[in-house]
Design a protein around this ligand. Structure first.
Ligand code: HEM
Length: 393
């Protein structure tokens, strides 16, 4: 069967980057009626795959579903990054960069750094009795953590936050994305030279000097990887943290469990990743003709694997639209991808979200949504609350 053509705007009522409030009823319909449709969006045509088993199978099958699909979207501004590499090249790069993200590397003092950054932000509004936690808190803290991890001057933080956001505007304003990519490289290059000569304990030094079997990363590889990390590390974790806070403040029973049992917070993080995947799509390109759910997709086609829809597939998760702590199979979620390209920063993202929420709950007594709060989780390609007005004390 040939897949049917659908316009993203008509199907979801918005563009890939617009604040679409609730795509999930559309996904439910697609999963049940048309598990593969061809979507026409600003990024061109792509086959949208919405069922859990189909998404997971494609992510596992790198030979038929090549990650070079990533080159057609974000890869245009990122340069050649690990995201679009395959086979031996990917393995080599992965082995070189993985040690920098191991749980051990993250334990060595990073939790204290994250807590310090979070506390400094909370200091700024703790006496006000109210705050909008998106602009005042979630939006900035992960990028501050990335700045620390890379040992970049914190005073430059505002500047590279703009660049990181501009990078992601590729589908709406490509020129802005290209300009930001160049500015980030120009900014980072002198730091590489400095750390090559005088290494420190930071991520840039680790990457510049990383060596496996006598091989090292080239300067261009390090620059592309660092450029990827700004949005990969900041855009995503802020969204996870916002959705987690939103979920807890709108589910009082879950909030009680998190307050009374430290393990409850880890369960809440996993359920948030399942319930509101911050990154809703993973792209692949078919290397040959493939068949998914009785639908034929030709060779060389772009495929959008809708992990946000897969995480809500009723075939995999009971009552999937409900936010429930303690689901047995919550760890099956695909929010960090699956297979060879599984997210390298998953441990860091969890560490950051955990510290952020624990400190907020400790320091802001009786934290609750503001009575007139209209904060909601929005977005199509990426999802998180656009506002989080809260009161406390
Ligand atoms: C909630 C937060 C995060 C989410 C939802 C997320 C999501 C993802 C997803 C879905 C992939 C797979 C992409 C694919 O298969 O094409 C991925 C890969 C990756 N992520 Fe994350 N990510 C998060 C946080 C982070 C952080 C904090 C970092 C680093 C500081 C990071 C670095 C990476 C890298 C380097 C890859 C590429 C891995 C590879 O291609 O082998 N991510 N992420």
């Amino acid at each position: 069967m040939e897949p049917q053509l659908e316009s993203a705007t008509r199907l979801f009522g918005g563009t890939m980057m617009s604040p679409v409030p609730d795509p999930y009823p559309v996904y439910r319909r697609l999963r049940n009626e048309r598990p593969v449709v061809v979507l026409d969006s600003q990024l061109g045509r792509s086959a949208l795959v919405s069922r859990y088993d189909d998404v997971a199978a494609a992510l596992k099958d790198g030979a038929a579903f090549s990650s070079r699909g990533n080159a057609r979207g974000i890869g245009l501004v990122m340069g050649r990054t690990i995201l679009e590499m395959e086979g031996r090249e990917h393995l080599r790069q992965r082995r070189l960069v993985t040690p920098a993200f191991s749980p051990r590397a993250l334990r060595e003092g990073l939790d204290v750094v994250v807590e310090t950054i979070v506390n400094q932000l909370v200091d700024q509004f703790v006496n006000d009795g109210k705050a909008d936690l998106v602009p005042q808190f979630t939006f900035t803290f992960p990028l501050r953590v990335m700045a620390h991890v890379m040992a970049l001057p914190i005073d430059d933080f505002e500047q590279f936050h703009h660049w990181a956001l501009d990078l992601l505007s590729i589908s709406d304003d490509p020129q802005r994305g290209f300009d930001a990519a160049q500015k980030i490289v120009d900014y980072l290059r002198p730091f590489l030279e400095e750390r090559r000569a005088t290494p420190g304990a930071d991520l840039i030094s680790t990457l510049v000097h990383a060596e496996v079997d006598g091989e090292k990363l080239t300067e261009e590889e390090v620059l592309s990887f660092l450029r990827l990390l700004l949005p990969a590390g900041a855009e995503t974790t802020y969204r996870l943290t916002g959705s987690l806070i939103h979920a807890l403040l709108t589910h009082p029973e879950a909030l009680d469990q998190v307050r009374s049992d430290p393990a409850g917070l880890d369960r809440a993080i996993e359920e948030t990743l399942r319930w509101e995947a911050a990154v809703q799509y993973v792209s692949r390109e078919t290397t040959r003709e493939v068949e998914i759910a009785d639908t034929t997709i030709g060779a060389g086609e772009l495929v959008m694997l809708a992990v946000g829809s897969a995480n809500r597939d009723e075939r995999r998760f009971d009552d999937p639209d409900r936010f429930v702590l303690g689901r047995e199979n919550v760890a099956d979620h695909l929010a960090f991808g699956f297979g060879e390209h599984f997210c390298l920063g998953s441990n860091l993202a969890r560490l950051e979200a955990r510290a952020a929420v624990r400190i907020l709950l400790d320091r802001l007594p009786n934290l609750r949504l503001a009575p007139d709060a209209d904060g909601r989780i929005v977005g199509l390609a990426f999802r998180s609350p656009d506002r989080l007005p809260v009161v406390f004390g």
